[in-house]
Design a protein around this ligand. Structure first.
Ligand SMILES: *Cc1c(COP(=O)(O)O)cnc(C)c1O
Length: 394
């Protein structure tokens, strides 16, 4: 594999070398099962406990409120399904937003088929949830509000504290999918009135297949995986010790360097945003400019197909992502881009670039040059663009 420029950090991140080193001894020497009584079992149990404490500390939570899972999708599924089951006698109404990750939206769809009712709240043209609509949607039988902390496509950061306050005022539980936010922006579960929070290791330089769900003490939530007594009987299965150790190291690094990483990412992000805006005509920045993840750039380019753009960027060694779901076999553009009001044809021409602190300005220069060249090439092949230019000339 030659050199490439990786700008898809919302999809996954590179596992930090320190994370890999931290994990290795738990494959080779300390491979014990945390449930065993001999010493290497005890060692494994000890590191799991230590990781739980560290993670709890980053959220202002207690360590017995952190439950290890196999990642963001499992945490989202658990939070929604198990809350629905535990509180189903009180009510069967759930509120979420139209721009959630599929791990939340498809779980809501699953619950709808099982007799639950779900209200999907609109977002404004920048992708910020409409708080008045959210509050009006609350009914006597509402048991849960689930709104993501930050959006994975357009980077919008939601007014989480305000949503938490509304949920608390009405006595409704509040879950947030913080997979894009945790390890990147500060979060405090008490200040923000968060009852449940999902996070995933591989979105902040940890390993894949490990994450956690924060569950506030007192929330009645059923176990999701049935079996042994691991995770206080709520999530059975021998702990992913190596994954937990790796995620802990990633947490340590992310929180120790959050300020400088944010600053670096913002510089790269804003440089990309500015240069694309200045140098590529007929484009539109998607998402809120202010309330935005430090690593997210999302542009729509008129008269082109995002998929073609991606393929041609890939030929130049640039890893990016588009706003359409063509790759997953569907021709529909992303539900997020449609929810912020983009027409289908504009949504189809979208490009997501998500930086990490390891990227450089030189790489951004290469990317801008490539985007300019490819957009130009694609437009010159487009009959729509030809028509448009003819009309402009008249
Ligand atoms: C990546 C992602 C998920 C899924 O996390 P996995 O660990 O890959 O299962 C869920 N929600 C959001 C917002 C994400 O970005």
């Amino acid at each position: 594999m030659g050199k490439f420029i990786y700008l898809d950090n919302a999809a996954t991140t590179k596992t930090a070398p320190e994370v890999v080193s931290a994990m290795l001894p738990y494959f080779t020497d300390n491979y014990g099962n945390p449930s065993s009584i001999y010493s290497i079992g005890g060692t494994a149990k000890g590191v799991v406990t230590k990781a739980r404490e560290r993670i709890a500390g980053t959220l202002g939570a207690k360590s017995n409120e952190i439950y290890f899972t196999a990642g963001g999708s499992e945490s989202d599924n658990w939070a929604l399904v198990a809350t629905a089951e535990a509180y189903g006698a009180k009510g069967k109404h759930i509120i979420t937003s139209k721009i959630e990750h599929h791990a939340v939206l498809h779980t809501c769809g699953y619950l709808e088929k099982r007799g639950y009712e779900v209200t999907y709240i609109d977002v404004d043209e920048n992708g910020i949830i409409k708080l008045d609509e959210l509050e009006k949607a609350i009914r006597k039988d509402t048991i849960l509000i689930s709104v993501m902390f930050a959006n994975n496509e357009i980077g919008t950061i939601q007014p989480i504290k305000e949503i938490g306050a509304i949920a608390k005022k009405h006595g409704v539980l509040f879950h947030t999918d913080a997979v894009q936010a945790y390890g990147h922006v500060p979060i405090n579960v008490d200040e923000m009135n968060i009852d449940m929070l999902s996070a995933s290791g591989h979105k902040f330089h940890g390993p894949k297949g490990i994450g956690f769900l924060y569950i506030r003490t007192g929330v009645k939530i059923r176990s999701f995986i049935h079996g042994g007594q691991q995770e206080r009987g709520r999530r059975a299965g021998t702990e992913n010790v190596t994954g937990i150790v790796g995620m802990e190291k990633a947490v340590e690094l992310a929180f120790a360097h959050m300020e400088e990483n944010t600053k670096k990412q913002r510089e790269l992000r804003d440089y990309l945003i500015r240069r694309i805006k200045e140098e590529v005509p007929y484009c539109r920045l998607n998402g809120d400019f202010e309330r935005r993840l430090p690593n997210n750039v999302n542009y729509s380019f008129q008269f082109i197909e995002g998929e073609s753009l991606l393929i041609m960027l890939d030929m130049k060694g640039i890893c990016a992502s588009s706003g359409s779901a063509c790759t997953s076999g569907s021709l529909d553009p992303s539900h997020v881009l449609l929810s912020i009001g983009l027409p289908h044809e504009i949504a189809h021409g979208s490009l997501r670039l998500t930086v990490s602190e390891e990227n450089t300005i030189e790489e951004m220069d290469t990317v801008v040059a490539a985007v300019k060249e490819i957009v130009d090439k694609l437009r010159n092949m487009s009959p729509l663009y030809e028509d448009f230019i003819k009309r402009q000339d008249k």
